[in-house]
Ligand binder design. Structure first.
Ligand SMILES: *[C@@H]1O[C@H](CO)[C@@H](O)[C@H](O)[C@H]1NC(C)=O
Ligand SMILES: *[C@@H]1O[C@H](CO)[C@@H](O)[C@H](O)[C@H]1NC(C)=O
Ligand SMILES: *[C@@H]1O[C@H](CO)[C@@H](O)[C@H](O)[C@H]1NC(C)=O
Ligand SMILES: *[C@@H]1O[C@H](CO)[C@@H](O)[C@H](O)[C@H]1NC(C)=O
Ligand SMILES: *[C@@H]1O[C@H](CO)[C@@H](O)[C@H](O)[C@H]1NC(C)=O
Ligand SMILES: *[C@@H]1O[C@H](CO)[C@@H](O)[C@H](O)[C@H]1NC(C)=O
Ligand SMILES: *[C@@H]1O[C@H](CO)[C@@H](O)[C@H](O)[C@H]1NC(C)=O
Ligand SMILES: *[C@@H]1O[C@H](CO)[C@@H](O)[C@H](O)[C@H]1NC(C)=O
Ligand SMILES: *[C@@H]1O[C@H](CO)[C@@H](O)[C@H](O)[C@H]1NC(C)=O
Ligand SMILES: *[C@@H]1O[C@H](CO)[C@@H](O)[C@H](O)[C@H]1NC(C)=O
Length: 333
């Protein structure tokens, strides 16, 4: 993994109101409080998780200065070593994903460095630490997380040793799923040399949508992932990957968001646009004849292959390919 490329590419999705630091994540509470991640991709010191005040335009260490003050040799379990993502969970808490890697790209400080933190935004205190040492390895890069509010599961992603992690939020138990599977690794040459799977859980909780940053979106029903806790057969990737469905030939992406109707918004880092994917009208992407509709994203003309300069020629075409799998009838409104 070449972290410098991550900085160059992901900078395209930085929040415009802050240009001095690389912002790799923003989340807002329902009341409008803003939390940001400043990535330390250059091993810079300084704040990494902050609350941003939109009135004064100032950033304050969050939840406090001590968590933001990791220095070599300090306890990696009680500091942000390499905070990579944060988001407000369905329970209203702020969750922070820490790679456990100094600067986000150094050695993984196992077992307590890689972790998910739960922070109560009312008391501004860390209320729970979920160590990810049992679900990560020395090649891991804990990247992001999504939640399922009904089953009480969270799904951290591993972008270094590619795979999904299923976390039982009540017990803290973890299982890995689809490690090094084609769907979590790559379907096609990446224009981004960085490697950042993201994933989304749809509001109905039935499906988990995910893709590596190189593009190619897959989905799996969450019940199969969650089954890994009680059904050891499902810990076998060759069995679990039978439940993986190719979903959309998405372009290389920087990040995504999902709305209440289940529309997935996928940032296209090659052409600087946002692609909207509506899972209720799968015909846009997978029609009933098993045809996958896909945008031609000109990956070979992207920044990753051209020393940081995009040679994308517009307009971009949309092609189709027959994949022989139709849309799920369950997924139609
Ligand atoms: C932002 O700063 C202003 C001025 O100090 C303060 O009144 C306000 O409460 C702050 N907002 C947040 C969300 O902290
Ligand atoms: C904060 O930033 C906004 C947008 O750039 C600007 O309009 C406003 O004047 C700034 N406020 C302060 C107190 O600097
Ligand atoms: C940050 O770490 C340095 C070096 O260990 C220490 O001197 C300082 O007191 C710490 N500051 C905070 C706010 O924890
Ligand atoms: C950051 O520090 C870590 C640990 O010392 C090192 O492995 C890594 O190469 C450094 N990264 C950069 C970009 O200097
Ligand atoms: C956060 O702490 C406050 C005060 O103790 C409590 O009322 C609230 O329920 C907590 N929030 C969550 C999401 O647990
Ligand atoms: C790993 O799992 C074992 C057994 O459940 C537990 O005792 C240990 O604390 C876990 N380690 C980490 C780093 O989570
Ligand atoms: C989960 O979220 C949905 C959508 O916001 C909501 O309707 C439902 O009540 C939530 N369920 C639980 C158990 O929190
Ligand atoms: C475990 O998973 C396998 C593979 O999908 C399935 O055939 C079996 O019925 C499952 N067993 C239980 C107890 O759910
Ligand atoms: C499927 O193929 C049939 C036969 O070519 C065609 O009539 C029909 O319109 C196609 N349906 C879709 C959804 O493309
Ligand atoms: C990128 O730069 C290297 C070193 O200058 C050069 O060898 C290579 O041909 C360049 N690649 C492209 C696609 O321009």
């Amino acid at each position: 993994m070449h972290f410098a490329s991550l900085a160059a590419i992901c900078a395209a999705v930085s929040a415009p109101f802050l240009s001095t630091r690389l912002v790799n994540g923003i989340s807002l509470t329902p009341e409008g409080r803003v939390f940001l991640v400043f990535q330390r991709v250059d091993n810079s010191t300084g704040l990494t998780i902050v609350e941003y005040n939109r009135t004064t335009n100032t950033s304050t260490a969050y939840p406090n200065a001590v968590w933001n003050n990791y220095t070599s040799g300090a306890d990696p379990g009680s500091n942000f070593v390499g905070a990579n993502a944060q988001r407000i969970g369905p329970d209203g808490n702020l969750y922070v994903v820490d790679t456990g890697q100094v600067g986000g790209s150094g050695p993984v400080l196992l077992p307590y460095g890689p972790k998910l933190l739960q922070i109560n935004v009312t008391t501004n205190t860390v209320t729970r630490i979920y160590p990810m040492g049992n679900a990560t390895s020395s090649s891991s890069h804990l990247d992001d997380v999504r939640f399922h509010n009904v089953t009480g599961k969270a799904y951290p992603t591993d972008a270094g040793y590619p795979g999904l992690i299923v976390l039982n939020l009540a017990s803290g138990d973890t299982r890995r799923a689809l490690s090094n599977d084609l769907s979590t690794r790559e379907y096609m040459p990446a224009s981004a040399t960085c490697y950042t799977p993201w994933l989304e859980v749809l509001p109905d909780g039935q499906w988990l949508y995910y893709e590596p940053s190189s593009g190619g979106m897959s989905r799996i029903e969450t019940k199969w992932l969650d089954g890994a806790f009680y059904n050891s057969t499902l810990n076998d990737n060759s069995i679990l990957d039978r439940y993986v469905q190719p979903f959309a030939h998405t372009p290389s992406t920087g990040d995504t968001a999902i709305d209440a109707q289940g529309n997935v918004y996928n940032s296209d880092i090659d052409s600087q646009r946002v692609v909207k994917i509506n899972p209720n009208v799968d015909a846009m992407w997978i029609d009933r004849n098993g045809t996958l509709w896909m945008p031609a994203n000109q990956l070979n003309r992207g920044t990753g292959y051209n020393n940081g300069t995009s040679r994308i020629v517009k307009p971009l075409d949309i092609f189709t390919i027959h994949i022989g799998i139709g849309p799920s009838p369950i997924n139609h409104a």
